[in-house]
Design a protein around this ligand. Structure first.
Ligand code: NAI
Length: 360
């Protein structure tokens, strides 16, 4: 339970099951915020910012799930991250405890049952537009590392092996890059690929025509996929996009094509991908996300590494590279996320709109 600070007076303007407290000097409302899945960088960027604004913050390393929902007792605001579980069960518990605002410190919101959240009267906000460059640049790093075999080369050099055998890559210049999902991050990745001198194709059935970048060819996924030397996934995870990269689509890959996924793991059918990679179509896969990453990513599992046979099988393939959901992890992005969270909180308190507040 979070305690009231001396000198703060009680305010009933916010309604609900909790009394809210007014900052003695500024007169605005102090919120009690619980941050789930908190890591040291969250304390540095997020907790510090909330505290500077006078809010009472508790951060917990535990992720949000039915067993940990009770930790939110006494908080009006819960701050969640991508692998926290905000399904009907958890949302029901949070509502009973008096939580009213959910701040998701990420762009993706596929871990939140939004319909139930709105039905239960929660306000849900996310960080829609923090540094898309962070993710696009990481996708580029993955592409270059995969294409030029950088991890293998580095391991070989460390062992004193300076041979080039097995390290052959290809020029990106004059190649064709397909971007699936041409939103904020997809646009940045398109610009980077154009800078490399690639022909850029895009599949985005939801993008209004007036938001299309010049010099990009749009079309249907099944038509564009076989033409690509590089495919990068930047669509959100939705029922319509789950396993959009399936066995049928993968079979049409150009031999040697490199598939990059910084979007969400479940955009790709991992079982089908493993079979296709073994057959050389695509030629390689570099990802920052994995469809069953929830119990593993953001934890140190080095004491018991082999918990997921499907992931083990994927990682054993020589043409696979993976990072642990770190594409967003730059100073600029963390500043941007913290600022978006604070902006959403302040707007919510004032009953005003903010770019990150999601509507039913
Ligand atoms: P955005 O909302 O700006 O762009 C998403 C684009 O996907 C939109 O243009 C939308 O029209 C398009 N889209 C929707 N349905 C589609 C479909 N069926 N097929 C193809 N395109 C479709 O989102 P933003 O900021 O570009 O982020 C994209 C995704 O990247 C997020 O949803 C999140 O899952 C992921 N992400 C990953 C991070 C990481 O650290 N690995 C960090 C941030 C985001």
């Amino acid at each position: 339970m979070l305690a009231m600070k001396p000198g703060h007076s009680i305010d009933t303007r916010m309604g609900g099951q909790h009394t809210a407290f007014i900052h003695p000097a500024r007169g605005d409302l102090i919120m009690r915020i619980l941050i789930y899945s908190a890591r040291p960088h969250d304390d540095h960027f997020l907790t510090a910012r909330f505290r500077q604004s006078g809010h009472e913050v508790t951060s917990r390393a535990e992720s949000l799930c039915p067993d940990t929902a009770d930790m939110a007792s006494g908080a009006e605001v819960v701050c969640s991250f991508v692998n926290d579980q905000l399904d009907a069960t958890v949302l029901g518990k949070l509502r009973q405890l008096g939580v009213r605002l959910i701040l998701q410190r990420a762009a993706g919101i596929d871990n939140i049952d939004l319909a139930t959240a709105h039905q239960l009267g929660f306000t849900v906000a996310h960080a829609p537009a923090y540094s898309p460059w962070a993710v696009a640049e990481h996708a580029t790093a993955l592409l270059l590392a995969l294409n030029r075999h950088i991890p293998t080369a580095w391991q070989q050099v460390q062992r004193g092996n300076y041979l080039l055998d097995g390290l052959l890559g290809f020029d990106l210049h004059d190649k064709t890059a397909l971007i699936v999902g041409l939103g904020r991050i997809g646009h940045c990745f398109a610009r980077i690929m154009q800078g490399f001198g690639c022909h850029v194709l895009a599949y985005d059935p939801m993008l209004p025509v007036d938001q299309r970048l010049p010099g990009i060819e749009f079309g249907e996924l099944a038509d564009l996929w076989p033409r690509a030397d590089v495919v990068s996934l930047h669509a959100p995870l939705l029922p319509a996009t789950r396993h959009m990269v399936d066995a049928r689509l993968l079979a049409t890959s150009r031999p040697g094509m490199l598939l990059i996924n910084t979007g969400r793991g479940a955009l790709v059918d991992t079982r089908a991908l493993i079979d296709s990679l073994s057959a050389g179509r695509p030629g390689g896969y570099a990802a920052d996300v994995y469809e069953n990453e929830k119990p593993l990513f953001f934890h140190d599992c080095s004491d018991h590494p082999h918990q997921d046979p499907l992931l083990d099988e994927l990682l054993r393939l020589p043409n696979v590279l993976m990072t642990p959901h770190q594409a967003f992890f730059t100073r600029e992005a963390l500043e941007g996320i913290a600022s978006a969270m604070e902006q959403a909180l302040t707007a919510w308190q004032a009953g005003k709109p903010a770019p990150g507040i999601l509507h039913a």
